[in-house]
Design a protein around this ligand. Structure first.
Ligand SMILES: Cc1ncc(COP(=O)(O)O)c(C=O)c1O
Length: 381
């Protein structure tokens, strides 16, 4: 029997659109092999010692050179702190800037797995709804009259689960509100670089001068999640507060050895090439899945074709329940994430999220057919 080594253990005959990770065939095994060989051949003992607190300077320099054209504005190595993925970056921000009982504003819906992290920190979660342009700022202003949040957590670009983008105008207004009401913005931008047909508004890192903003990035979505390598992009003032923590003083830079390998990937230009290939694959998958959903699903299931990211967010008729549909779907060997998981108020029952990252094109078509069959059975129950 094989030992379990990954989060995504699905039976081979099931198509589970619930999995938000790349399929094994597109993971960069050759590239990482080449990069590790390149790094280890240098016999550099520094990667076997404690790392610099903010993260390997060479990798941060290489990232600045990679991110500057990708973001379209200058990125400095000094603005980047390397972390153990976006999740740990957000955990670190919660540790440094919140106390149990503090209020955090989140989007409704939001990335379901992050809600557990905010609960671990004893934070009071207050949801703010989204509309087509992202966070609804009118509701935000109402909530600001009632609460004094420490943090606002947003996924402004190709949001998980809706794939919506927060408009530039709203980004500017949100920063102004954060200054006026003194809360910090945690912009989780792990999908910022995964745009296929639609260029998103610029990263929140354009607003670092406000000293209210953390922009979070990750190699999980552009290279490989197993590397557990991400970053916080922030202003000198907030950077200092993050670095002034026991975790850094005792352990030094986070994920230092892996940073050495990823340094080779970025310095050699392989990251940019790999990302370009990945974007082509995902763009094609979106086109295929959108066509299949149009063809096989009933017309009362509504969705917009995403311009980037990983997700389709499907709206079912009001009376339908995504969790019950999932039970029906089991016998059709198809899965997805019911919308309720993305709600901090246990609503959004009539939505479901599909990810196309884990499946090849033919499987996406087959999955859409199975989903249609499950919907058909559900409506006859
Ligand atoms: C919005 C969002 N943030 C964070 C993560 C996790 O990032 P990491 O692997 O860098 O911890 C994900 C992964 O699905 C995500 O969708």
């Amino acid at each position: 029997m094989t030992q379990e080594t990954t989060q995504a253990n699905v039976a081979a005959d099931v198509i589970n659109f619930g999995i938000g990770q790349p399929n094994f065939d597109i993971l960069p095994t050759e590239l990482i092999h080449k990069a590790a060989e390149h790094r280890l051949s240098q016999r550099d003992p520094r990667y076997l010692n404690y790392g610099f607190e903010q993260g390997d300077g060479y990798l941060r320099e290489a990232m600045a050179a990679f991110l500057t054209p990708a973001y379209g504005f200058p990125v400095q190595a000094s603005q980047l702190l390397l972390s153990v993925g976006a999740t740990q970056a957000i955990d670190m921000i919660c540790s440094a800037f919140t106390q149990p009982g503090d209020v955090i504003f989140v989007e409704e819906p939001t990335f379901f797995l992050i809600l557990g992290l905010f609960r671990d920190h004893g934070l009071q979660i207050v949801p703010i709804p989204l509309d087509d342009e992202g966070l609804d700022l009118a509701v935000l202003e109402e909530k600001l009259a009632q609460y004094q949040p420490k943090l606002l957590y947003t996924i402004p670009t190709f949001q998980n689960p809706t794939s919506r983008n927060l408009s530039l105008e709203r980004r500017q207004k949100l920063v102004a509100l954060s200054q006026k009401h003194n809360f910090l913005i945690v912009a989780d931008e792990v999908y910022q670089l995964l745009h296929y047909t639609k260029t998103p508004p610029p990263s929140f890192a354009t607003f670092l001068d406000s000293e209210q903003v953390f922009s979070i990035g990750s190699f999980s979505k552009i290279l490989a999640p197993g590397l557990r390598l991400g970053w916080i992009h922030t202003s000198p003032k907030l950077m200092k507060q993050l670095l002034n923590k026991g975790l850094m003083a005792s352990g030094g830079g986070l994920n230092h050895f892996t940073s050495g390998i990823v340094r080779s990937v970025v310095e050699q230009g392989w990251q940019a090439d790999y990302l370009a290939g990945l974007k082509q694959i995902y763009e094609r998958r979106i086109a295929i899945l959108a066509d299949a959903l149009e063809q096989f699903l009933p017309k009362n299931i509504l969705f917009q074709k995403p311009g980037g990211g990983y997700f389709f967010w499907l709206k079912l008729p009001e009376e339908m329940d995504g969790t019950r549909l999932l039970q029906t779907a089991v016998s059709h060997k198809v899965g997805f994430q019911p919308g309720i998981r993305f709600s901090s108020r246990n609503t959004l029952n009539n939505f479901i999220r599909l990810s196309f990252a884990f499946y090849e094109e033919a499987e996406l078509v087959e999955g859409a057919k199975r989903l249609a069959a499950a919907l058909d059975e559900y409506t006859q129950l």
